[in-house]
Design a protein around this ligand. Structure first.
Ligand code: ATP
Ligand code: MG
Length: 388
Protein backbone atom coordinates (compact mmCIF):
# COMPACT_ATOMS: atom_id res chain seq x y z
CA UNK A 1 0.00 0.00 0.00
CA UNK A 2 1.30 3.44 -0.89
CA UNK A 3 1.77 5.67 2.14
CA UNK A 4 0.64 9.29 2.08
CA UNK A 5 3.53 11.67 2.43
CA UNK A 6 3.79 14.62 4.78
CA UNK A 7 5.65 17.77 3.84
CA UNK A 8 7.20 20.24 6.27
CA UNK A 9 8.57 23.60 5.36
CA UNK A 10 11.45 24.95 7.45
CA UNK A 11 12.13 28.65 7.94
CA UNK A 12 15.78 29.42 8.36
CA UNK A 13 15.83 32.73 10.26
CA UNK A 14 19.31 33.81 11.33
CA UNK A 15 20.86 31.57 8.69
CA UNK A 16 19.64 33.92 6.03
CA UNK A 17 21.96 36.59 7.44
CA UNK A 18 25.06 34.57 6.81
CA UNK A 19 25.88 35.73 3.28
CA UNK A 20 28.96 33.95 1.98
CA UNK A 21 28.84 31.11 4.53
CA UNK A 22 25.26 30.36 3.84
CA UNK A 23 25.82 27.24 1.79
CA UNK A 24 28.10 25.72 4.41
CA UNK A 25 25.55 26.52 7.12
CA UNK A 26 22.73 24.95 5.14
CA UNK A 27 24.74 21.82 4.52
CA UNK A 28 25.50 21.56 8.25
CA UNK A 29 21.81 21.93 9.08
CA UNK A 30 20.94 19.22 6.60
CA UNK A 31 23.54 16.84 8.04
CA UNK A 32 22.33 17.52 11.58
CA UNK A 33 18.76 16.81 10.59
CA UNK A 34 19.84 13.55 9.02
CA UNK A 35 21.89 12.59 12.08
CA UNK A 36 18.96 13.31 14.39
CA UNK A 37 16.60 11.34 12.18
CA UNK A 38 18.68 8.16 12.45
CA UNK A 39 16.60 5.37 10.96
CA UNK A 40 13.54 7.58 10.46
CA UNK A 41 12.75 7.79 6.76
CA UNK A 42 12.82 11.35 5.56
CA UNK A 43 13.72 13.25 2.42
CA UNK A 44 15.29 16.67 2.63
CA UNK A 45 15.18 19.08 -0.26
CA UNK A 46 16.66 22.55 -0.48
CA UNK A 47 15.13 24.85 -3.01
CA UNK A 48 15.27 28.63 -3.42
CA UNK A 49 16.59 29.06 0.09
CA UNK A 50 13.84 26.91 1.56
CA UNK A 51 14.10 23.56 3.24
CA UNK A 52 11.45 20.96 2.66
CA UNK A 53 11.29 17.74 4.64
CA UNK A 54 9.11 14.91 3.43
CA UNK A 55 8.28 11.72 5.29
CA UNK A 56 5.64 8.99 5.26
CA UNK A 57 2.58 9.68 7.40
CA UNK A 58 3.54 7.02 9.91
CA UNK A 59 6.82 8.81 10.73
CA UNK A 60 5.19 12.22 11.20
CA UNK A 61 5.23 12.24 15.04
CA UNK A 62 8.93 11.38 15.07
CA UNK A 63 9.79 13.98 12.47
CA UNK A 64 7.77 16.66 14.27
CA UNK A 65 9.65 15.82 17.47
CA UNK A 66 12.95 16.25 15.66
CA UNK A 67 11.94 19.57 14.10
CA UNK A 68 10.92 20.90 17.49
CA UNK A 69 14.45 20.15 18.77
CA UNK A 70 16.47 21.13 15.71
CA UNK A 71 18.78 24.07 16.42
CA UNK A 72 19.16 26.53 13.53
CA UNK A 73 15.59 27.01 12.29
CA UNK A 74 13.30 29.93 13.08
CA UNK A 75 10.15 27.91 12.56
CA UNK A 76 8.50 25.03 10.75
CA UNK A 77 5.07 24.25 9.42
CA UNK A 78 3.27 21.27 8.06
CA UNK A 79 2.46 22.12 4.49
CA UNK A 80 0.07 20.61 2.00
CA UNK A 81 1.39 20.03 -1.50
CA UNK A 82 -1.43 20.80 -3.94
CA UNK A 83 -2.08 20.86 -7.65
CA UNK A 84 -1.13 24.00 -9.50
CA UNK A 85 -4.63 25.33 -10.08
CA UNK A 86 -6.54 28.09 -8.31
CA UNK A 87 -9.36 25.61 -7.45
CA UNK A 88 -6.94 23.30 -5.64
CA UNK A 89 -5.21 26.24 -3.90
CA UNK A 90 -8.55 27.72 -2.80
CA UNK A 91 -9.74 24.38 -1.43
CA UNK A 92 -6.49 23.83 0.49
CA UNK A 93 -6.70 27.36 1.97
CA UNK A 94 -10.30 26.69 3.03
CA UNK A 95 -9.16 23.51 4.81
CA UNK A 96 -6.48 25.41 6.75
CA UNK A 97 -9.00 28.18 7.54
CA UNK A 98 -11.48 25.66 8.91
CA UNK A 99 -8.80 24.30 11.26
CA UNK A 100 -7.97 27.86 12.34
CA UNK A 101 -11.64 28.59 13.06
CA UNK A 102 -11.72 25.40 15.12
CA UNK A 103 -8.95 26.92 17.25
CA UNK A 104 -11.01 30.08 17.75
CA UNK A 105 -9.76 32.31 14.90
CA UNK A 106 -12.23 34.93 13.71
CA UNK A 107 -10.08 36.72 11.13
CA UNK A 108 -7.50 35.63 8.58
CA UNK A 109 -5.33 36.76 5.75
CA UNK A 110 -3.64 35.00 2.86
CA UNK A 111 0.07 35.53 2.20
CA UNK A 112 1.18 34.41 -1.23
CA UNK A 113 4.60 34.08 -2.87
CA UNK A 114 5.02 33.24 -6.49
CA UNK A 115 8.46 31.80 -7.33
CA UNK A 116 7.13 30.26 -10.55
CA UNK A 117 6.51 33.29 -12.75
CA UNK A 118 4.69 31.19 -15.34
CA UNK A 119 1.72 30.82 -12.98
CA UNK A 120 -1.05 32.98 -14.52
CA UNK A 121 -1.87 34.99 -11.38
CA UNK A 122 0.62 37.20 -9.55
CA UNK A 123 0.88 37.03 -5.75
CA UNK A 124 -1.77 39.71 -5.29
CA UNK A 125 -4.13 37.81 -7.58
CA UNK A 126 -3.51 34.57 -5.69
CA UNK A 127 -4.29 36.27 -2.36
CA UNK A 128 -7.51 37.75 -3.70
CA UNK A 129 -8.79 34.54 -5.27
CA UNK A 130 -7.77 32.27 -2.39
CA UNK A 131 -9.26 34.76 0.10
CA UNK A 132 -12.53 34.66 -1.82
CA UNK A 133 -12.52 30.86 -1.80
CA UNK A 134 -12.08 30.86 2.00
CA UNK A 135 -14.90 33.38 2.52
CA UNK A 136 -17.19 31.28 0.32
CA UNK A 137 -16.38 27.99 2.00
CA UNK A 138 -15.98 28.87 5.68
CA UNK A 139 -18.63 30.76 7.58
CA UNK A 140 -17.79 33.09 10.43
CA UNK A 141 -14.37 34.20 9.21
CA UNK A 142 -13.53 37.72 8.04
CA UNK A 143 -10.45 39.13 6.35
CA UNK A 144 -8.12 41.30 8.40
CA UNK A 145 -4.84 42.14 6.70
CA UNK A 146 -3.41 44.13 9.62
CA UNK A 147 -3.83 41.89 12.67
CA UNK A 148 -5.31 38.57 11.57
CA UNK A 149 -5.85 35.68 14.01
CA UNK A 150 -4.64 33.26 11.35
CA UNK A 151 -2.24 33.59 8.44
CA UNK A 152 -2.59 31.16 5.57
CA UNK A 153 0.48 30.94 3.39
CA UNK A 154 0.63 29.94 -0.26
CA UNK A 155 3.90 29.30 -2.06
CA UNK A 156 3.77 28.69 -5.78
CA UNK A 157 6.92 26.90 -6.93
CA UNK A 158 7.23 23.87 -9.19
CA UNK A 159 4.84 22.46 -6.60
CA UNK A 160 2.34 24.58 -4.68
CA UNK A 161 2.50 24.54 -0.88
CA UNK A 162 -0.25 25.74 1.42
CA UNK A 163 0.26 25.95 5.15
CA UNK A 164 -1.14 27.54 8.27
CA UNK A 165 0.13 27.73 11.83
CA UNK A 166 3.83 27.70 11.96
CA UNK A 167 5.60 26.24 14.97
CA UNK A 168 8.39 28.16 16.64
CA UNK A 169 11.83 26.77 15.97
CA UNK A 170 14.74 26.72 18.43
CA UNK A 171 16.53 29.43 16.39
CA UNK A 172 20.30 29.86 16.71
CA UNK A 173 22.94 28.54 14.34
CA UNK A 174 23.32 24.92 13.24
CA UNK A 175 25.40 22.89 15.68
CA UNK A 176 28.88 22.39 14.25
CA UNK A 177 29.30 25.71 12.47
CA UNK A 178 31.09 27.25 15.46
CA UNK A 179 33.69 24.59 16.29
CA UNK A 180 33.99 22.37 19.33
CA UNK A 181 33.67 23.39 22.99
CA UNK A 182 34.19 21.49 26.23
CA UNK A 183 31.41 21.90 28.80
CA UNK A 184 32.10 21.37 32.49
CA UNK A 185 28.91 19.46 33.22
CA UNK A 186 27.89 18.96 36.84
CA UNK A 187 24.57 17.53 37.97
CA UNK A 188 23.18 21.01 38.63
CA UNK A 189 20.63 23.13 36.81
CA UNK A 190 23.01 25.64 35.27
CA UNK A 191 25.68 23.81 33.33
CA UNK A 192 23.36 21.88 30.96
CA UNK A 193 21.64 25.17 30.12
CA UNK A 194 25.03 26.79 29.48
CA UNK A 195 25.88 23.96 27.08
CA UNK A 196 22.57 24.32 25.27
CA UNK A 197 23.03 28.07 24.83
CA UNK A 198 26.47 27.60 23.28
CA UNK A 199 25.13 24.82 21.05
CA UNK A 200 22.69 27.44 19.82
CA UNK A 201 25.67 29.57 18.84
CA UNK A 202 26.73 26.73 16.58
CA UNK A 203 29.19 24.99 18.93
CA UNK A 204 29.51 21.22 19.08
CA UNK A 205 29.58 20.40 22.74
CA UNK A 206 31.61 17.69 24.46
CA UNK A 207 31.31 17.40 28.22
CA UNK A 208 33.49 16.60 31.20
CA UNK A 209 32.32 15.53 34.64
CA UNK A 210 34.53 15.35 37.75
CA UNK A 211 33.51 12.39 39.82
CA UNK A 212 34.64 11.93 43.42
CA UNK A 213 33.54 8.34 44.00
CA UNK A 214 32.62 7.10 46.61
CA UNK A 215 32.06 10.57 48.09
CA UNK A 216 29.77 11.29 45.17
CA UNK A 217 27.48 8.41 44.31
CA UNK A 218 27.09 6.25 41.21
CA UNK A 219 23.62 7.78 40.89
CA UNK A 220 25.20 11.24 40.67
CA UNK A 221 27.20 10.06 37.68
CA UNK A 222 24.12 8.42 36.11
CA UNK A 223 22.34 11.73 36.46
CA UNK A 224 25.11 13.51 34.56
CA UNK A 225 24.94 10.84 31.85
CA UNK A 226 21.18 11.48 31.59
CA UNK A 227 21.81 15.23 31.34
CA UNK A 228 24.39 14.72 28.60
CA UNK A 229 21.94 12.50 26.72
CA UNK A 230 19.15 15.06 27.02
CA UNK A 231 21.48 17.82 25.82
CA UNK A 232 22.49 15.53 22.97
CA UNK A 233 18.89 15.29 21.80
CA UNK A 234 19.27 18.92 20.66
CA UNK A 235 22.96 19.30 20.13
CA UNK A 236 23.81 15.92 18.56
CA UNK A 237 25.35 13.15 20.67
CA UNK A 238 27.48 14.56 23.44
CA UNK A 239 30.69 12.75 24.32
CA UNK A 240 31.11 12.72 28.09
CA UNK A 241 34.48 12.24 29.81
CA UNK A 242 34.32 11.20 33.44
CA UNK A 243 37.39 12.21 35.43
CA UNK A 244 38.22 10.28 38.63
CA UNK A 245 38.67 13.28 40.92
CA UNK A 246 38.73 11.72 44.40
CA UNK A 247 42.49 11.85 44.99
CA UNK A 248 42.64 15.50 44.01
CA UNK A 249 39.77 16.34 46.36
CA UNK A 250 41.37 14.41 49.21
CA UNK A 251 44.71 16.15 48.71
CA UNK A 252 42.95 19.53 48.85
CA UNK A 253 41.12 18.54 52.04
CA UNK A 254 44.31 17.31 53.60
CA UNK A 255 46.61 20.20 52.74
CA UNK A 256 44.62 23.39 52.18
CA UNK A 257 42.71 25.62 54.62
CA UNK A 258 39.08 24.37 54.63
CA UNK A 259 37.67 27.73 53.49
CA UNK A 260 39.62 27.46 50.24
CA UNK A 261 38.58 23.91 49.32
CA UNK A 262 35.88 24.74 46.78
CA UNK A 263 37.91 27.38 44.99
CA UNK A 264 41.00 25.17 44.79
CA UNK A 265 38.99 22.25 43.48
CA UNK A 266 37.46 24.49 40.77
CA UNK A 267 41.00 25.56 39.83
CA UNK A 268 42.04 21.91 39.53
CA UNK A 269 38.98 21.21 37.36
CA UNK A 270 40.01 24.01 34.99
CA UNK A 271 43.51 22.61 34.85
CA UNK A 272 42.34 19.13 33.85
CA UNK A 273 39.60 20.44 31.54
CA UNK A 274 42.22 22.47 29.65
CA UNK A 275 44.26 19.30 29.06
CA UNK A 276 41.21 17.44 27.86
CA UNK A 277 40.19 20.32 25.58
CA UNK A 278 43.64 20.11 23.97
CA UNK A 279 43.21 16.37 23.41
CA UNK A 280 39.77 16.66 21.79
CA UNK A 281 40.56 19.87 19.89
CA UNK A 282 38.00 21.99 21.73
CA UNK A 283 38.54 25.71 21.30
CA UNK A 284 37.07 26.87 24.60
CA UNK A 285 35.61 25.79 27.93
CA UNK A 286 32.02 26.41 29.04
CA UNK A 287 30.75 26.62 32.62
CA UNK A 288 27.35 27.33 34.16
CA UNK A 289 28.65 30.11 36.40
CA UNK A 290 26.60 33.23 37.03
CA UNK A 291 27.94 36.20 38.95
CA UNK A 292 26.95 36.21 42.59
CA UNK A 293 24.94 33.00 42.52
CA UNK A 294 26.96 31.11 45.10
CA UNK A 295 30.07 31.88 47.11
CA UNK A 296 32.41 30.40 44.56
CA UNK A 297 31.01 32.63 41.84
CA UNK A 298 32.22 36.09 42.76
CA UNK A 299 34.23 37.91 40.12
CA UNK A 300 37.35 37.52 42.26
CA UNK A 301 36.90 33.77 42.58
CA UNK A 302 36.13 33.43 38.88
CA UNK A 303 39.45 35.17 38.17
CA UNK A 304 41.20 32.54 40.30
CA UNK A 305 39.57 29.60 38.49
CA UNK A 306 40.12 31.21 35.11
CA UNK A 307 43.83 31.60 35.82
CA UNK A 308 44.20 27.79 35.55
CA UNK A 309 42.51 27.63 32.14
CA UNK A 310 44.58 27.73 28.98
CA UNK A 311 41.59 28.51 26.74
CA UNK A 312 38.80 31.11 26.83
CA UNK A 313 36.17 30.26 29.45
CA UNK A 314 32.66 31.00 28.18
CA UNK A 315 29.97 31.60 30.78
CA UNK A 316 26.75 32.16 28.86
CA UNK A 317 24.75 32.46 32.11
CA UNK A 318 27.03 35.05 33.64
CA UNK A 319 24.33 37.74 33.75
CA UNK A 320 21.25 35.54 33.88
CA UNK A 321 19.07 35.18 36.95
CA UNK A 322 18.08 31.82 38.28
CA UNK A 323 14.40 31.99 37.26
CA UNK A 324 15.32 32.57 33.62
CA UNK A 325 17.83 29.73 33.74
CA UNK A 326 15.20 27.42 35.23
CA UNK A 327 12.78 28.33 32.43
CA UNK A 328 15.32 27.33 29.80
CA UNK A 329 16.16 24.15 31.73
CA UNK A 330 12.45 23.27 31.70
CA UNK A 331 12.13 23.98 27.99
CA UNK A 332 14.99 21.58 27.17
CA UNK A 333 13.92 18.87 29.61
CA UNK A 334 17.02 19.00 31.82
CA UNK A 335 15.32 20.58 34.86
CA UNK A 336 13.58 17.43 36.10
CA UNK A 337 16.84 15.50 35.80
CA UNK A 338 18.88 18.21 37.54
CA UNK A 339 16.63 18.41 40.59
CA UNK A 340 17.03 14.72 41.41
CA UNK A 341 18.65 14.62 44.83
CA UNK A 342 22.12 13.25 44.08
CA UNK A 343 24.63 15.95 45.01
CA UNK A 344 27.51 16.35 42.56
CA UNK A 345 29.75 18.15 44.96
CA UNK A 346 29.85 16.06 48.08
CA UNK A 347 29.20 17.98 51.27
CA UNK A 348 32.34 16.41 52.69
CA UNK A 349 34.34 18.72 50.44
CA UNK A 350 32.29 21.89 50.80
CA UNK A 351 33.42 24.24 53.54
CA UNK A 352 30.83 25.87 55.78
CA UNK A 353 32.40 29.29 55.28
CA UNK A 354 34.04 29.43 51.87
CA UNK A 355 36.39 32.19 50.80
CA UNK A 356 34.29 34.84 49.07
CA UNK A 357 36.91 37.00 47.44
CA UNK A 358 40.05 35.00 47.03
CA UNK A 359 43.12 36.98 46.03
CA UNK A 360 44.84 35.56 42.99
CA UNK A 361 48.27 35.57 44.68
CA UNK A 362 47.02 33.69 47.70
CA UNK A 363 45.04 31.23 45.58
CA UNK A 364 48.04 30.51 43.41
CA UNK A 365 50.36 30.09 46.38
CA UNK A 366 47.97 27.62 48.03
CA UNK A 367 47.47 25.80 44.74
CA UNK A 368 51.23 25.41 44.18
CA UNK A 369 51.70 24.14 47.73
CA UNK A 370 49.31 21.28 47.00
CA UNK A 371 51.80 19.77 44.52
CA UNK A 372 48.91 18.46 42.51
CA UNK A 373 50.64 17.87 39.20
CA UNK A 374 51.05 14.06 39.37
CA UNK A 375 47.46 13.70 40.63
CA UNK A 376 46.08 15.94 37.90
CA UNK A 377 47.88 13.90 35.26
CA UNK A 378 46.70 10.64 36.81
CA UNK A 379 43.10 11.89 36.87
CA UNK A 380 43.36 13.05 33.27
CA UNK A 381 44.78 9.77 31.95
CA UNK A 382 42.30 7.77 34.05
CA UNK A 383 39.31 9.33 32.31
CA UNK A 384 36.51 7.23 30.93
CA UNK A 385 34.70 8.39 27.80
CA UNK A 386 31.03 7.68 27.20
CA UNK A 387 28.98 8.50 24.12
CA UNK A 388 25.62 9.74 25.35
P1 ATP B 1 25.52 23.92 38.25
O1 ATP B 1 24.07 24.20 38.46
O2 ATP B 1 25.90 23.87 36.80
O3 ATP B 1 26.00 22.73 39.04
P2 ATP B 1 26.31 25.67 40.33
O4 ATP B 1 25.47 26.88 40.42
O5 ATP B 1 26.04 24.53 41.26
O6 ATP B 1 26.29 25.18 38.82
P3 ATP B 1 29.12 25.58 41.12
O7 ATP B 1 28.94 24.37 41.94
O8 ATP B 1 29.83 26.77 41.69
O9 ATP B 1 27.79 26.17 40.50
O10 ATP B 1 29.89 25.19 39.81
C1 ATP B 1 30.18 26.17 38.84
C2 ATP B 1 30.41 25.49 37.51
O11 ATP B 1 31.55 24.61 37.62
C3 ATP B 1 29.29 24.57 37.09
O12 ATP B 1 28.28 25.28 36.40
C4 ATP B 1 30.01 23.62 36.18
O13 ATP B 1 30.20 24.18 34.90
C5 ATP B 1 31.34 23.45 36.87
N1 ATP B 1 31.34 22.29 37.79
C6 ATP B 1 31.13 22.27 39.11
N2 ATP B 1 31.24 21.01 39.63
C7 ATP B 1 31.51 20.20 38.57
C8 ATP B 1 31.74 18.79 38.41
N3 ATP B 1 31.69 17.95 39.45
N4 ATP B 1 32.01 18.33 37.16
C9 ATP B 1 32.04 19.17 36.10
N5 ATP B 1 31.85 20.50 36.20
C10 ATP B 1 31.59 21.02 37.40
MG1 MG C 1 26.45 22.55 41.05
Amino acid sequence: MKQTMNTYLLKLGELTLKGGNREEFELCLKNNLRAMAGATRLRIQMRDGRFFVRCPDSDAPLVEGILSRLIGIAGWAKAEAVEKTMEAIGAACAKVALEARGRGAKTFKIEARRADKSFPLDSYGIMREAGGAVLDAVEGLAVDVKKPDAVIEVEVRDIVYVYGVSNEGRRGLPVGTGGRALLLLSGGIDSPVAGYLMAKRGMRVSAVYFHAYPYTSKEAQEKVVDLARQLGSFALPVRLSVIPFTKVQLRIREKAPAAWATLLSRMAMMDIASRLAGAIKAKCLITGESVGQVASQTIENMSCTESRASLPVLRPLVGTDKIDTIRIAQSIGTYDISIQPFPDCCVVFSPRHPVLRGSLEEANALYQALELEPLLEEAFTGRETLKC
